[in-house]
Design a protein around this ligand. Sequence first.
Ligand code: PGA
Length: 254
Amino acid sequence: MRRPFVAANWKMHKTVQEAVAYARDFAPRVEAVRNVDIVIAPPFLALPALVEATANSRVLVAAQNVHTAPHGAFTGEVSLGMLQGSGVTLVIIGHSERRQLFGETDAGVNTKTRATIDAGLTPIVCVGETLEEREADRTFDVLDRQVRDGLAGLSAGQVAALVVAYEPVWAIGTGRNATPDQADEAHRHIRQQLASQFGDAAAACRVIYGGSVKPGNVAELSARPDVDGALVGGASLDPASFAEIVASSRPATV
Ligand code: PGA
């Protein structure tokens, strides 16, 4: 049985002080929630403070990006060793905003995913089609390519332990979420692609949905058998709203 996984992606929101205030408000709200992995990904600057503020809670802390070199002349970048040293345990990789706005490729996603695993951190690997690709009936081709190339060379055991986030680009920040049927269909397809590459590991790998997840739609999305949780942007910025999403995201089978 796959354990539900719900992550907040704050993107470029919140100061260090705001992150700490959020953690104090949020952690008690989810204290009683069992059997769900709860993750927050703040901007780099707030990572150490958020790790400290959530130390005695059930909340894990993720970075939104990483550079794979251990150190060096890479202005503006942050290494895996730096994340580890700050108590960060997960990294979001290949978010569509990174792909679209910062030129990230499937090959780059693969390099980051492998390096993150080698460093002992858990990758949350994002995939998803644009509206244009969906309308041209290319959704499955795009997902297959992103999964195949993004996870190339990994072992089955490594894939079983990571998280894939299906985030249709047309649903991100638009208020227009995928319907449960659309999400289910895409998740099932991703799991088939995982199975063709990694066999039984596909059944263990969590595939979560992202794109305009809100307290009002998370229950019906995550009730679908292949939807193992959510990656939440806008609706995670308010602690009450994100706590409600966490509490509503457990599939009936758990
Ligand atoms: P959204 O963002 O929930 O604001 O649509 C999701 C994401 O980009 O991870």
